[in-house]
Design a protein around this ligand. Structure first.
Ligand code: AMP
Ligand code: ZN
Ligand code: FE
Ligand code: FE
Length: 287
């Protein structure tokens, strides 16, 4: 039996993905789902692109909801893969546009390489993968997973991630990525607030070390996402204590990908008052 997700009108989901990266809904459909749940608003945080923000903002305005412009940048921090969220940043910022375009090209190179390696054991081709990716959207392993699902190799994306696409598997290729500290500076330069995404997620195998969190805070990190559906509960309290000591703002969000992942929209959220403070800190007046 499906349990209803309890959400309230003072809650904002600060981490969602659309078809502009590896989610399965358009920004308009995402906003409609958030409205149906009674959320006060949501952030669109597609991987390495802000191209969906205009559509999401138009839909949110029409629905009387708050839309926080955002992005999720895959970064690399001394050998650790670190996902960084940016909020209230300017999508037109030139260097942000250049570097996100570079990251998307690097993701494309890497996806082709993974598909080439998979081709040794599965009847998969780049054309078969690419045919189902909307033009201009950020390419990721979920798109390769979809192709494996179409081939009947796996029932869904999660099974593909647990199988051939796992990050320590023989088909895995890493892509070039911005340094985390450089990405923090970039988000700040674009007028935004850098927030560390899911630092205690199961798939990372261990939480971010506290000394590294302190280093990122020293370099301009604004906040840390501590309520997340994929978090290992036991890993969170030390991070919450560190966030308090370091003066980091704590957020919660679902990392919703539509039908592409089990995470449900609104499963974790942030209080509207926190989001209003974030807007003030970014000098962004809210409507
Ligand atoms: P990539 O960025 O190409 O390495 O792919 C990783 C992304 O795939 C993550 O950021 C998630 O958005 C998504 N992802 C990770 N695990 C799963 C899963 N089990 N099912 C669907 N999507 C996933
Ligand atoms: Zn994703
Ligand atoms: Fe992420
Ligand atoms: Fe995400």
């Amino acid at each position: 039996m499906e349990r209803a997700v309890h959400v309230h009108t003072d809650r904002v989901d600060l981490h969602t993905h659309s078809l502009f990266s590896d989610g399965t809904l358009t920004p308009t459909q995402l906003v409609a789902e958030a409205a149906a749940l009674g959320l006060a608003g949501l952030a669109l945080t597609d991987h390495d692109t802000m191209d969906g923000v205009d559509e999401a903002r138009a839909a949110a305005t029409a629905a009387g909801m708050l839309l926080v412009p955002g992005i999720e940048i895959t970064t690399s921090f001394r050998g650790l893969s670190v996902h960084l969220l940016g909020y209230f940043l300017d999508p037109a910022h030139e260097r942000l546009r250049e570097l996100s375009a570079w990251q998307r090209r690097e993701r494309d190179v890497r996806a082709r390489e993974m598909v080439r390696l998979l081709g040794a054991d599965f009847s998969i081709s780049w054309d078969a993968v690419a045919a189902h990716i909307p033009p201009g959207s950020t390419v990721g392993r979920p798109h390769i997973a979809d192709a494996l699902v179409r081939l009947g190799v796996y029932p869904d994306r999660s099974a593909a991630f647990a199988g051939a696409l796992q990050s320590n598997g023989k088909y895995y290729v890493a892509h070039e990525a911005l340094d985390t500290v450089a990405a923090i500076a970039l988000i700040r330069a674009a007028g935004g607030l850098p927030v560390l995404a899911h630092p205690a997620a199961q798939r990372q195998r261990r939480p971010i070390p506290l000394d590294r969190l302190a280093l990122l805070a020293e370099r301009g990190l604004y906040g840390v996402e501590l309520d997340h559906p994929e978090h290992v509960a036991a890993w969170v309290p030390p991070l919450r204590q560190a966030a308090r000591t370091l003066g980091l703002v704590v957020t919660g969000a679902s990392d919703y990908h539509g039908a592409g992942k089990p995470n449900r929209l609104g499963a974790c959220t942030t209080d509207l008052a926190v989001v209003q403070q974030m807007a003030r800190d970014a000098n962004t007046p809210l409507p």
